[in-house]
Design a binder for this molecule. Structure first.
Ligand SMILES: Nc1ncnc2c1ncn2[C@@H]1O[C@H](COP(=O)(O)OP(=O)(O)O)[C@@H](O)[C@H]1O
Ligand SMILES: [Mg+2]
Length: 429
């Protein structure tokens, strides 16, 4: 991986052994069409390297009045180049219908090929949410900021979903602030936050069309910590994978640490079970159907993580370190004890074993756009918990998120206690 220190010393660009383009400081690329000057390295990702730069007179970005740019060089490896083609196609489509005044998805202002690399040019936005979490030494934001970020993310994501696109890699490093970083001194410690909580979604490099054939989609999507149980166990998935990821992000924003701090499926599923309770029978049914349909041995299917009672069989499968990790992982009671109830409400509505029980991004955006946050979120969370519980005892028919919303709205209207719930809190913890 390229290092910033190494960058400063090099005045000649080159490709490293992994196909990353190591641009030189002050280098001008794509001069024949005006060009862009490279200023500094922003980040290296899986797909390529992103530099901060500025557009020169005559370039496409300059014509669009975008001066400060983020230039993403895709690695010169065929599979990443293919993925970049899809990213460009999806971004062009999303940009087409996006609101220029309030962008919800990163704006692709230019793209071209340069020295065998596909290059994409975007306006340079602020820090990513992961940058903020790190800058704040994993201290987490208060309720007000957490819910404001969540509102903005769900607003961006409901647009992406409305265009029938699934992001599949929603995580703090793929969400960037649209404003500069502000630093304040909080009880002797510096706390960083953007000037406003408005964010924008970036990195559509793994995005897929929601209308694509489920059997031909990549089976393993989402970065590990943000991956939902249906993906871990090899079941079909849809746009609600992004909603699961959002639930994980909300927890991380509020606490500064990932909700599922894990690298292995068994431990991951055991953590999910600890938080949500055992998987409902319908989930188990789907796992069994999967074995029947694929005709694969059970030991190669998602069902292998469970015992006959439908409980994650982790006891003799985890290392000592993984056991400790599982012990430290939060339960729902712990969440309720340590986090504001509105934040727990959002998390609970996003995280359900059954994908169809999750709220939609539109629901989250609508509920959080009300100021103070709409108390229906709390009512809905308890309903989700109740309904998933009912699956376990087999007492009630399936209720989708839309039904839950209607029930929740009715409850919130009836219960004055919920209506009094207010967003409280100062700027930061
Ligand atoms: N337009 C942008 N403005 C500011 N930073 C950006 C921009 N685009 C990307 N970045 C930064 O570069 C990182 C990698 O970019 P990304 O598009 O996510 O590439 P990858 O597919 O390699 O993960 C992001 O996590 C973010 O920190
Ligand atoms: Mg990324």
């Amino acid at each position: 991986m390229p290092q910033l220190a190494a960058q400063d010393e090099f005045f000649q660009s080159y490709d490293d052994e992994n196909g990353h383009y190591m641009a030189a400081k002050g280098e001008v690329i794509y001069e024949e069409r005006g060009g862009y000057m490279i200023d500094s390295l922003i980040a290296t990702g899986t797909f390529g390297t992103v530099y901060r730069g500025h557009s020169l007179k005559g370039s496409e970005a300059y014509k669009k009045d975008v001066n400060s740019v983020a230039i993403k060089f895709i690695r010169s490896i065929q599979k990443y180049a293919n993925a970049a083609e899809v990213e460009i196609e999806i971004l062009s489509r999303l940009n087409n219908y996006d609101l220029p005044k309030r962008r919800r998805v990163t704006h692709l202002v230019d793209h071209f090929e340069f020295k065998k690399h596909i290059v994409m040019v975007f306006p340079c936005y602020g820090n990513s949410l992961l940058d903020f979490i790190k800058l704040n030494e994993h201290r987490g934001y208060n309720q007000e900021w957490t819910l404001e970020f969540t509102r903005s993310i769900s607003h961006c994501m409901s647009y992406i979903h409305s265009q029938k696109i699934i992001h599949t890699d929603l995580k703090p490093e793929n969400i960037v602030a649209t404003s500069k970083t502000h630093r304040s001194n909080l009880r002797g410690k510096i706390f960083c936050y953007p000037v406003t909580a408005e964010v924008i979604t970036i990195d559509l490099g793994s995005a897929i069309h929601a209308a694509s054939d489920p059997d031909r989609r990549p089976p393993l999507v989402c970065t590990r910590q943000y991956r939902p149980p249906e993906v871990i166990t090899g079941l079909a998935y849809d746009s609600s994978v992004d909603v699961w990821s959002l639930g994980c992000i909300v927890y991380e924003l509020a606490t500064g640490i990932p909700l599922f701090n894990t690298h292995r499926n068994t431990q991951h599923l055991a953590m999910v079970e600890k938080l949500l309770g055992p998987a409902p029978p319908l989930f188990m049914q789907r796992l069994q159907d999967r074995v029947r349909l694929t005709k694969l041995p059970a030991a190669e299917c998602g069902i292998k993580y469970f015992n006959e009672a439908g409980v994650i069989a982790w006891h003799d499968r985890l290392t000592e370190a993984e056991r400790v990790g599982l012990e430290r992982a939060p339960s729902l009671a712990k969440l309720e004890e340590t986090l504001p109830s509105a934040v727990v409400g959002v998390i609970r509505c996003c995280l359900t074993w059954l994908p169809e029980n999750r709220v939609t991004m539109q629901d989250v955006a609508a509920i959080l756009s009300a100021s103070p946050p709409d108390p229906r979120m709390l009512a809905m969370a308890s309903l989700v918990a109740e309904t998933e519980g009912a699956y376990r005892t087999g007492q009630r028919a399936v209720a989708g998120a839309g039904t839950l919303m209607r029930h929740a709205a009715a409850i919130a209207d009836l219960d004055p206690k919920l209506r009094r719930s207010k967003s409280r809190g100062s700027i930061s913890r």
